[in-house]
Design a protein around this ligand. Sequence first.
Ligand code: CP
Length: 335
Amino acid sequence: MSNWQHQHVIDLASFSLEDFQEVLSLAHRFREMPSTSPRKLPALQGHLVATLFFEPSTRTRSSFELAAKSLSADVQSFAPASSSIGKGESLLDTALTYVAMGADVLVVRHKSTNAAAQLAFDLDKFGEKTSVLNAGDGLHSHPSQGLLDLYTLARHFNPEQPEPEALNGKKIAIVGDILHSRVARSNLWALTACGADVILCGPPTLLPNEFKDFVDAPPPGQKKDPILKRGRIYLTRQLSEALIEADAVMTLRLQHERMRENLISNLHRYHKDYGITHESLKSCKKPIPVLHPGPVNRGVEMSGKLLNDRSISLVEEQVRNGIPTRMALLYLITS
Ligand code: CP
């Protein structure tokens, strides 16, 4: 019996351990479906899922659309460049247009922090039953990425039972442009809630000292973060220090498009100090997997050679796991 209570998925701060458990267990069932099963499940037959992406995306948009189709939903993509946004139509009016056309779920990516939360609030106020799934809002949150990363890690540590408990007591290093990363924030919420310690590593310009306080801050619209954070958060500037005890490392893309000033001296130096390579992984006490949410700047956050090394890199696994994880989310919010 499901305890799922979320009509919208905006961030992972409001997720309980049971919510993480439910998503991972369902994602695993979808991922492990026998090859003899029908290609499409009927769960979302008659539902319309609209993908409203106001920022570029390859993985998130395609995997949400493939996930929706795998559950037999109808899918409508919105292309901002050729839309009435150019005539001044707002996000809310665009969303209401899709609601009027029958959308049950809006998957929304937007450059503004809080855009998905505001939209969900406004739709509720209008009395609409449509769900909003945040597919990335500014610097704030990318919950489906945090969940697919959680599933990928849980599956790595315990392939038979990839549950949140598989993360309990693990040390996960997150390296790079943490300041601009909604993926880092979503992973912080998910990993610490599941009992993992997180070691944040990057230069001071991309990882301000105050970042440690972020996870304790209340999410938008809430007075207090309801989750008891079980894991601890550490900060270091030294990659070797972040890696030495780590059980896994996640490296992040340098988000040049969000950098208003020059926050690193040069890419070559950045790669030398923070790039994940076969050489830098020699700091680890044991062999560990490497994750990256993508898209990767090869030779900057990680070497191309390491990205292609499937014995270490879980990047393709993350992409593969994106579909069953998003199927789980779509299934749960429409049930
Ligand atoms: N990880 C991620 O969000 O990738 P896309 O921007 O390609 O969706």
